[in-house]
Every structure is written in structure tokens, then in C-alpha cells.
Write a protein that binds this ligand. Structure first.
Ligand code: UD1
Length: 372
């Protein structure tokens, strides 16, 4: 009989991480069987369905359909709905990825039921507990039985928190597996722009890409206004394309900032599917973002990245990759932008084990691990 690995996804960045793991379980293991639970944290067409389709993720075996809510409501709802599934399916282990609310919710239910928890992308720390994800990371790692890491700094972070690092295995980055598997399949930008009925003449000057959705950037009127002002100024030098996350869209409307964007050279798009965003990212002169995953993807693609946060939990993207951290300070943003425009940005190299084979290493390890 095969050992059932219950894999959890909830929000957009989880989909890109689970795709290669589900595939590797199916293609490379005779011993393991994947069982996919989608918590329903993200549910819109643009936030969920296009990812499943584009990344070839199998239909989830179960969809908990929790939807949006406060952190407490969302986390509690996942836990409540996940428990009976766990009881019924009796998996050999529960595998969670990343740092979203669904990650900690399912890990907590499993740990209390003595079902082994596997955390993929363990040990990353921003050391900023204002970030809800940081709390999810710290707690998930504490209750995980097996921790797979993307960079070696994660092992020091785990050791500092008293986690037994014998349980941590450096395997590389599954998100980059997905990137390398799909980079040739990216949907051409021109097609996306056409279907969004957006006209943009980017060929001569090139363009920059913005993604922004962190509560610290978009939930405070003053911070978001300053950021938009600063991005609008930059857009006079380089046209900017901005696919807008639903949270950000709501805040731009609430704070009356759409007018200012309209007057600038920033072009808004709806949230994009994975293969759609990929072509913009590949071709951008620079990416301005507060996303964790995009800091890594730009490093792997060799595209300069300006991170609109005060810190990063992915320090290797700064030390070895193309990432520069600037926060939300307009002066620093402009300075970093000018630097990219004059020098072409940091060169960087692709970090160790970000080679497209991390999921295979995970499954190879699990094959032996489950037997014990
Ligand atoms: C979540 C993750 C964050 C991740 C991000 C990627 C947590 C704590 N945060 O943040 O780490 O970087 O996903 O997108 O888990 N909404 C929709 N449609 C959807 C989903 C959300 O309209 O399909 C709107 C709702 O108004 C919702 C808001 O977006 O209230 C925020 O969604 P939520 O899942 O709570 O957090 P994210 O900001 O997406």
C-alpha cells in the first residue's frame, strides 16, 4: 500500500510550490501517493483557477472553501473544516508549503493529532513580527517533524529558535522548479495586453513591473499614497505595468488613488495567471515588488528587483541575486531605480540548488523517510 502524503494549498504562492511536488510524487515514487487539499483561502478565477490549469495541478481531492476573513476567522475556519478530512483520510503525513494562514492552520491540526508535519520552505525569517507571515513561519517550523529549506541561512534561523536542525534538509527551491518548467510556456505579453484591452507602447523604452499587496504597504493611506506618488514619478522615466491584487484594488479605491494612477504612466491590469505574469517578469527592465516569491523568481531570471519592504526573509536574493531592499521611502526607491537605469542593476547568480530539481530531492528523501 502507498503512503498517503496530504498536500495543502490555500493561497496563490502555494500553488506554484505544490505543483512540482505533486508531479514528482506521481512521476518518481512508487511508494507515495499525493492527496491534495485546497483550503479555499484564495478562490477567484484569477487567484486560483488559472494557476491550477496553467501549472497542471490536479483538481483538489477536497476543497474546504473557507474564503476570506480576518486572520482569526480564516485560520479557525480552515482548522475546523480540515480536522474531519484528516480523521477520515488518515495520511502518513501532512505537507504544508510557505507561510500563509492555511499553512499554520493545517500544520496545527495535524500536529495535535500526532500526524507528522512536513514544512517546505522552512526556516525563512524576516525578523519582523508585524508581518502575519512571520508568525505563521515561526509557529509552523516549531511543530514540524521534517523541514525542507531553500537556502542555508534557514538552518541558522531554526537553530536560533531551538529547532533540532537534524530535522532540516537543504533541498533548494520548489518555486524555481515551477519557474524553469514554465519559462518557455509564458503567454506573450502582447496577447495579455490585447485581451485586457490595454494599449501600451513599451518596445522602445522597455517597461517596469509593479506588484504590491502587503498590508504594511497597502492598508495605510499615507504609506500607499506615498508609494503611488513615488511610482508615478518613476513612470515618467519608464512606463510601469501594475497587475493589481484584489486587496490592493480595494485599498486604491478606498483611498481615492486611482485618479493619480490614471494621470501617470502606470498601466493597471487585473491579477494575472502564472504564465501571463511570467512573460512580463522575464521582459521587465526592473521589477518593483513586495512579494517574497517574486524576489526569488527575479533572482533566478537575472532581472533586477527593487523590494518595497524594510526587510526580506530571503536574504540570499540580496547576497547572491538581483535584489535590493528599499522599503517604502520614496528617495530610496528612486535612487535604486536610477541605479538600475544607469548600470543595468545587480548581476547576481542563481543560488545553489535553485536548479529545477528541488521537488525531486524532496520526494526522494520522503520515500525513505515515510518508511521509518
Ligand atoms: C495572502 C497571504 C500572503 C500572500 C498572499 C498572496 C496570509 C496571511 N497572507 O494574502 O502571505 O503573499 O496571499 O496573494 O495568508 N480576495 C479576493 N479573492 C480571492 C482572495 C482574496 O477578492 O480569491 C480579497 C479579499 O477581499 C480578501 C483580500 O483579498 O479579504 C485578502 O485576501 P487574504 O487571503 O486574506 O490575504 P492576501 O492579502 O491575499
Amino acid at each position: 500500500m502507498k503512503h498517503k502524503i496530504m498536500c495543502i494549498v490555500g493561497a496563490r504562492p502555494n500553488f506554484t510550490k505544490i505543483a512540482p511536488i505533486m508531479r514528482a510524487i506521481k512521476d518518481t515514487s512508487n511508494n507515495l501517493e499525493g492527496f491534495l487539499v485546497h483550503t479555499g483561502q484564495h478562490y477567484d478565477e484569477a487567484m486560483k483557477h488559472s494557476f491550477f490549469e496553467q501549472l497542471g495541478i490536479p483538481e483538489p481531492n477536497v476543497d474546504l472553501e473557507v474564503g476570506s476573513g480576518s486572520h482569526a476567522v480564516q485560520t479557525a475556519e480552515v482548522m475546523k473544516r480540515f480536522e474531519p478530512i484528516l480523521d477520515q483520510e488518515k495520511p502518513a503525513a501532512v505537507l504544508v508549503v510557505g507561510d500563509v494562514n492555511s499553512t499554520i492552520a493545517c500544520a496545527l491540526v495535524a500536529a495535535k493529532k500526532h500526524v507528522p508535519v512536513i514544512h517546505v520552505e522552512a526556516g525563512l525569517r524576516s525578523y519582523d513580527r508585524d508581518m502575519p507571515e512571520e508568525i505563521n513561519r515561526v509557529l509552523t517550523d516549531q511543530i514540524s517533524d521534517l523541514l525542507f529549506t531553500t537556502e542555508k541561512s534557514a538552518h541558522d534561523n531554526l537553530a536560533r529558535e531551538g529547532v533540532d536542525t537534524d530535522r532540516a534538509v537543504f533541498v533548494g527551491n520548489v518555486m524555481i522548479d515551477t519557474l524553469f518548467n514554465n519559462v518557455e510556456k509564458a503567454v506573450p505579453m502582447a496577447e495579455t495586453l490585447k485581451s485586457s484591452e490595454v494599449e501600451l507602447d513599451y518596445k522602445e523604452s522597455g517597461f517596469g513591473l509593479i506588484t504590491m499587496h502587503r498590508p504594511s504597504n497597502v492598508d495605510d493611506k499615507e504609506v500607499l499614497s506615498l508609494l503611488i506618488k513615488s511610482l508615478a514619478k518613476i513612470s515618467n522615466k519608464l512606463p510601469l505595468i501594475f497587475p493589481v491584487h484584489p486587496r490592493t484594488k480595494g485599498q486604491l479605491e478606498k483611498f481615492d488613488l486611482l485618479d493619480e494612477i490614471q494621470k501617470s504612466n502606470i498601466t493597471l491590469l487585473p491579477p494575472l495567471g502564472y504564465l501571463h505574469l511570467l512573460d512580463f517578469m522575464k521582459n521587465a527592465k526592473v521589477v518593483l515588488t513586495d512579494s517574497g516569491g517574486i524576489q526569488e523568481e527575479t533572482t533566478a531570471l537575472g532581472v533586477p528587483c527593487i523590494t518595497l519592504r524594510e526587510n526580506t526573509e530571503r536574504p540570499i536574493t540580496v547576497a547572491e541575486g538581483t535584489n535590493t531592499i528599499v522599503g517604502a521611502d520614496p528617495e530610496k526607491i528612486e535612487q535604486a531605480f536610477n541605479e538600475v537605469m544607469t548600470t543595468g542593476g545587480k548581476g547576481g547568480k542563481i543560488p545553489e540548488f535553485w536548479d529545477g530539481h528541488a521537488a525531486e530531492r524532496i520526494v526522494e528523501y520522503l520515500d525513505t523517510w515515510v518508511k521509518n
